[in-house]
Write a protein that binds this ligand. Structure first.
Ligand SMILES: NC(=O)c1ccc[n+]([C@@H]2O[C@H](COP(=O)([O-])OP(=O)(O)OC[C@H]3O[C@@H](n4cnc5c(N)ncnc54)[C@H](OP(=O)(O)O)[C@@H]3O)[C@@H](O)[C@H]2O)c1
Length: 338
């Protein structure tokens, strides 16, 4: 079984290598990079010194040959590569945004690029296993969810069973993220001296993940409207998401309701007050849910590692489903304390 990571020099590429190299069903992993082709991978990802001897390869479309391809590249690039790779019979997981939203016009409005392969939008399966496991198993093209979106959707899915009791038009998602969410290329915004000892709201109206959360949650909560605010915080990894939903849910015990909903999920853990350190470097999503009776408000809190359950770990979970492996293979990582 061979896996190839396109864009292997970036942060999600790095995480894919870390997980695929410990995966018992993956015999060979290769990674491409335009800027580092020919260089040992461990020159860039120095955590892999003495563990992985491979070199970055050039991305040459006709030469790529693997059972599964991970596209870990910026949005707009995956849709150039995916149609050709799929036509050659390979299975593809896109970690970017190109196939997440089925409405090409909505994608174009938020991502400011023309969609090159709208015909594939219908075939792409949204890669949130807790929602779409059955379809992922049959998919050739999986659109791996956005990181904020993963935390928000996992906070909201159990409320689909209480949708008649909540105000679906006013769902508020407020999230913090670490700096690795912006990828490996440095910028003034994520520069240590700007983020250290700081908390920085950004794209507070119209963040690209808002339409994705809304688009996907509408499959199970009709008419849902999402207000989303992200804040950059001085940690490297992690997303902590607080979702506020208003309505009278009566005597439903929220922790019990969520626990029942997720009872069979291998990567969802219930926790009254989730926090990012408990899930760092792992594919877990810790979820807590509370009912504030006085304000008739449900508060759902979710913590994930943006690079793992928010990206590469979830991608490996999807690969496992697509290729018929145990869903947790390569992902059984025990979180650390402290
Ligand atoms: N970071 C996160 O927490 C996170 C979470 C969920 C989803 N994602 C998504 O995952 C994808 C990768 O994110 P990342 O954080 O890994 O980004 P990154 O660290 O910036 O890495 C991007 C990779 O893509 C390659 N690349 C850059 N521009 C390219 C182009 N025009 N054509 C082909 N390759 C190009 C780069 O390699 P070379 O320059 O060496 O070729 C690099 O290896 C993005 O779509 C991102 O939105 C990221």
């Amino acid at each position: 079984m061979k896996a190839t990571i396109v864009g292997g020099s970036g942060y999600t590429g790095s995480e894919l290598l870390r997980m695929l190299l410990r995966h018992s069903k993956v015999d060979e992993v290769t990674a491409t990079s335009r800027t580092h082709a020919g260089k040992p991978v461990s020159d860039v990802h120095q955590n892999l010194k003495g563990i992985y001897e491979g070199k970055f390869e050039d991305y040459i479309e006709d030469k790529i040959d693997a059972d599964i391809i991970f596209l870990a590249v910026p949005h707009g690039e995956s849709m150039k590569a995916a149609p050709k790779l799929l036509a050659r019979g390979m299975k593809v997981i896109d970690l970017g945004a190109d196939y997440r939203i089925k409405d090409a016009a909505l994608y174009e409005r938020y991502y400011k690029v023309k969609h090159d392969s709208p015909d594939l939008l219908e075939k792409a399966v949204y890669g949130l296993p807790e929602m779409n496991r059955r379809d992922i198993k049959k998919a050739n093209l999986v659109a791996n969810p956005g990181c904020f979106v993963t935390a928000a959707l996992l906070s909201l899915l159990p409320l689909s069973q209480l949708k008649d009791k909540i105000d679906v038009k006013k769902i508020v998602v407020d999230s913090n993220t670490g700096t690795s969410g912006a990828g490996a290329t440095p910028s003034e915004f994520t520069h240590h001296s700007e983020v250290g000892e700081n908390l920085k709201p950004y794209n507070v109206v119209g963040h690209r993940h808002q339409p994705e959360i809304e688009h996907i949650i509408n499959r199970v909560i009709d008419g849902a409207k999402i207000s989303f605010t992200p804040t950059l915080v001085p940690i490297v990894r992690g997303i902590l998401s607080r979702t506020h939903v208003f309505g009278d849910v009566g005597n439903v015990n929220m922790m019990e309701h969520y626990a029942r909903f997720y009872a069979k999920e291998p990567f969802i853990r219930m926790s009254e007050l989730p926090y990012v350190k408990n899930v760092a470097y792992t594919n877990y999503c810790d979820v807590g849910a509370h009912y504030d009776k006085e304000n008739k408000r449900v508060l759902a809190i979710a913590a994930i590692d943006n690079l793992v359950k928010g990206a590469s770990g979830q991608a490996v979970q999807n690969m496992n489903l697509m290729l018929g492996f145990d869903e947790t293979e390569g992902l059984r990582i025990i979180p650390a304390h402290p």
